[in-house]
Design a protein around this ligand. Structure first.
Ligand SMILES: *Cc1c(COP(=O)(O)O)cnc(C)c1O
Length: 362
């Protein structure tokens, strides 16, 4: 058995050990071709098979209905912050954004560089510790689209239900919770996610988009920024990040073999419960950042009563093999990211460490 860290990194993040082992086995001589997959043409039958199969696996695992493209793009979720308004926000229209924290804010800022965008609901007054209630989200029927961030990776809050937007296209940044739970894709017009939290290594970004939304990209848009370019070329218009897609392919097969999104959700709840219970039963020694009803099942954010003690927590935990527990530099505190590939045993070890730390410092 390999000695592995208790990896709670926020992104790039833990990958399943089985996936890494298979990649190692296939690295130098990919399935008998005498080369690695990185050394062959992206037009080769080997890569074409990986490309097709990966898109197909997405369709299966997410239950994507007919009428959607699955695109494998580059530039990260951050490039989607601009590609979405470039493609879907024509002059004279306004896009709506639900403000839930750092990532929603970045998406909104990019949209304003391209066209008209407005905040339709915000939890800023609550320090982004909750998701605005669905009743607060006002959806004007003329909006070009409504953008949400299904899981705020830094704040640790997550949509438990999604707004019903009627005929207004619903767009979601699912970078940090895609495939962590079953969702009804048909209620979304576009879903996007950088791979490096739940799907694989960085370098590839998945975009699931309704066919009719890519049909007429604006004529002036550069070729690479049009969804229609990538849709018409099965994501092979230019050289794709072949190794990242290959790794994502292995991760998707792993998710399938474990039991799919339903099983991922069950495990994720079981994992986070260990940590949230420790917080809730600590008598105020640990304080959860998010309101309990909007707690993320991917990023558990919590604090101690003084910052020196938080530093001590990070220091002692890292000496015991825990990685990535320091909160994001913009908000401080502590954060445990418990993505699909983070094993139950890591979360159990963390909960035990937390109990022990409290005994020594409470
Ligand atoms: C990590 C993250 C991003 C940024 O992804 P990049 O691929 O680095 O551009 C965007 N949104 C959310 C919710 C994230 O967690």
């Amino acid at each position: 058995m390999e000695k592995r860290a208790y990896n709670f990194n926020a992104g790039p993040a833990a990958l399943p050990l089985e996936v890494l082992q298979q990649a190692r086995e296939e690295l130098v001589n990919y399935r008998g071709i005498g080369m690695s997959l990185m050394e062959v043409s992206h037009r080769s039958k080997e890569y074409e098979q990986v490309n097709d199969e990966t898109q197909q696996l997405f369709r299966e695992l997410m239950g994507i209905p007919e009428g959607y493209h699955v695109l494998l793009l580059q530039g990260g979720a951050s490039t989607q912050f601009s590609m979405i308004p470039m493609n879907l926000l024509p002059p004279g229209k306004t896009a709506g954004y639900v403000m839930t924290g750092s990532w929603a804010e970045k998406a909104y800022k990019e949209a304003k560089l391209i066209g008209e965008a407005q905040i339709v609901a915000s939890s800023e007054a609550d320090n982004f510790a909750k998701i605005p209630s669905l009743k607060e989200i006002s959806i004007h029927p003329d909006l070009a689209y409504l953008h949400i961030t299904s899981n705020e990776t830094i704040g640790g809050i997550q949509f438990q239900q999604f707004p019903d937007t009627g005929n207004v296209p619903l767009v979601a940044d699912m970078s940090s919770d895609i495939l962590s739970r079953p969702i009804d894709v048909s209620s979304f017009a576009l879903i996007y996610a950088g791979a490096q939290k739940n799907l694989g290594p960085s370098g590839v970004t998945v975009v699931i988009v309704r066919n009719e939304l890519v049909q007429d990209s604006p004529k002036h848009l550069p070729t690479m920024f049009r969804y229609s370019t990538h849709a018409a070329n099965q994501s092979l218009y230019n050289t794709p990040p072949v190794y990242s897609v290959y790794m994502m392919n292995l991760v998707l097969k792993w998710v399938r073999d474990q039991g799919g999104a339903i099983e991922m959700e069950r495990r994720n709840r079981e994992k986070t419960k260990l940590i949230y219970d420790m917080i809730d039963q600590s008598g105020g020694f640990y304080r959860g950042v998010a309101h309990p009803e909007d707690r993320s099942q991917m990023n558990v954010t919590f604090r101690l009563n003084d910052e020196e003690l938080e530093k001590q927590f990070v220091k002692e935990s890292s000496a015991q093999g825990f990685v990535g527990l320091k909160g994001h530099r913009s908000v401080g505190g502590l954060r445990a990211s418990t993505y699909n590939a983070v094993p139950y045993d890591s979360c159990k070890a963390l909960a035990e460490f937390m109990g022990d730390f409290q005994k020594r410092n409470g």
